[in-house]
Design a protein around this ligand. Sequence first.
Ligand code: JF5
Length: 221
Amino acid sequence: MKIDVLTLFPAMFAGPLDESIIKRARESGLLDLRVHNLRDYAHDRHRTVDDRPFGGGPGMLLKPEPIFEAVENLTSESTRIILLSPSGRTFNQAIAGELAESKELLLISGHYEGFDERVREQLADDELSIGDYVLTNGALPVMVIIDAVTRLLPGVLGDEESAQEESFSHGLLEYPQYTRPADFRGMKVPDVLLSGDHAEIARWRGEQARLRTSERRPDLL
Ligand code: JF5
């Protein structure tokens, strides 16, 4: 998959996407990631990317010209263009799965009070939020989406990691897990997990997962 990123803060992307599984995906060619500075598409003396909203009000908006020019330079017919902002629909695992089927993505990081509405209307195929809180810019949300999508690309996770995924994609929270020692400072591992009774262990885990989910995330049930 090819992913282009358009941001005012390209330096934020060095680090998080150069480690671990994402690093391996990039090195093996499964992910072709390119980060572009929005300012490179502004051509006035001060390379202006923002301006004041018509009608007044606080803050600045990303102006349309640099974003339109960047999109015209970076996309093909098959590119899915996605804005990141708190006004988007909330990203989740199902959306990650859909995006992982795309050939090319262009992720556009918002900033200030957001985008000129014409960017939304004319350019964007989708607008995504990663949750109901406000960040200083969309770089972290872009990285969250890249991470969640990349690990779903065929061949990115090893067999072991993929099998793990299978067992947790049942829509419940994880059951409690323990490793050695069986008694740590008097805190004991539940007897059932030491019993060797695999049917009973499976029953206990299912029960724990349902209990924990109804306690913490009743919206998932
Ligand atoms: C942003 C205008 C983008 O704050 C976010 C965000 C929160 N959840 N998902 C995204 O993005 C940065 C701020 C203001 C546009």
